[in-house]
Design a protein around this ligand. Structure first.
Ligand code: KG4
Ligand code: ZN
Length: 332
């Protein structure tokens, strides 16, 4: 068995551990979702999330080793997401990783969760060639950035209010579809018609995003049209989101010269978006990397994947790093 990095991810509401080889082979990836715990509140409750990570982290790490059929002797380094995220949640992963690093005498690598999402695109068949244009679409972020080399980014645009994932979650809530909103809204969208003229905020206006107005437009439509067709609302909302995401991606591809693009984060699990990206890629002649479905939403394989090149470049991090809730992408 080749050497593995143990990845640990606890930034929000998934407790995850994974073992990944340097060639990006995933030996094990375990994700314990807290969705059921938070669903009753309609969103993530930070205190509940942190306590649940505490209960789950050791069994989740153990299970990763059992699934991979390896032990700590096969581990070359331990990687952990240290931000951005909820501080109480991040601290559970960071403390666990530090304890394992001390006990097993292994190097430790602090990984930016956002760089983890970017690395997720390399876990499947897609190739991420630099310079790469990154569209990150998650629950916490919606941004466009260029990485000329691994680990250094130039931010091109980001959301001025809600992230696209947040818009999905809020629209799902007013439609009574529960949390998280992405999967049920997309499922209904497939059965409906994109026939309601919801706004495409800031579509032709630079590379920043805004989704709050779209969410409000949907809520107003539901109030004014109590006989609404649920599937058509879902399809029209998803259509508006995707028009904006794809439109901005194309705009950015016109502006910057890149060898590839990568669309990553939880919303990259959307079949509506994945279909559209195929089309864009063939039209613009730039390969667009997307993560395999299992690695689009939060997981630890992406943290280990991001850690490998970082570990080769910089070696071990000193043990005194902390959890950084508002950690940004490292920019040039
Ligand atoms: O990347 P992620 O797992 O967590 C963050 O880092 O934020 O993204 C979670 C977001 C949620 O807002 C969820 O509704 C959305 O990703 N999501 C989806 C789908 N699956 C998850 N959005 C659209 N379509 C999906 N199939
Ligand atoms: Zn994430």
């Amino acid at each position: 068995m080749s050497a593995l990095i143990l990845g640990i991810e606890t930034s929000c509401d998934e407790t995850a551990a994974a073992l990944v080889a340097e060639d990006m082979t995933v030996a094990a990836s375990v994700v314990a979702s807290q969705v059921d715990l938070h669903a009753v509140y309609g969103g993530v409750v930070p205190e509940v999330a942190a306590r649940s990570h505490l209960d789950d982290i050791v069994p989740v790490v153990d299970r990763a080793f059992i699934e991979a059929g390896v032990d700590e002797k096969d581990v070359e380094a331990i990687a952990v997401a240290n931000g951005p995220g909820l501080v109480g949640s991040l601290l559970v992963g960071v403390s666990t990783a530090k304890a394992l690093s001390l006990v097993w005498d292994k190097p430790i690598v602090a990984v930016n969760h956002l760089e983890g999402h970017l690395a997720s695109a390399a876990l499947g068949d897609s190739e991420v060639r630099f310079p790469v244009l990154v569209l990150l679409v998650s629950g916490g972020h919606t941004l466009l950035a260029v990485a000329r080399d691994p680990g250094v980014y130039q931010l091109l645009g980001s959301t001025r209010d809600d992230s696209v994932g947040e818009a999905y979650d809020k629209v799902a809530r007013v439609l009574g579809l529960g949390y998280p909103g992405g999967p049920p809204v997309d499922r209904l969208a497939k059965e409906g018609k994109d026939n309601l003229a919801f706004p495409r905020p800031m579509l032709a206006d630079g590379l920043d995003f805004s989704f709050a107005g779209l969410k409000t437009a949907v809520a107003r439509y539901l109030k004014d049209n109590p006989q609404y067709v649920l599937e058509d609302v879902a399809a029209s909302f998803a259509g508006a989101c995707m028009d904006v995401l794809v439109g901005k991606l194309r705009l950015a591809l016109d502006e910057v010269d890149v060898a590839s693009a990568a669309v990553v984060g939880g919303v990259a699990a959307s079949p509506v978006l994945r279909d559209r990206l195929d089309q864009v890629s063939s039209e613009v002649g730039v390969p667009i990397a997307i993560p395999p479905l299992d690695y689009a939403t939060d997981n630890a394989a992406m943290i280990a994947a991001a850690a490998w090149p970082q570990f080769r470049r910089n070696g071990s991090d000193p043990l005194d790093f902390s959890a950084v809730p508002n950690l940004k992408l490292p920019t040039a």
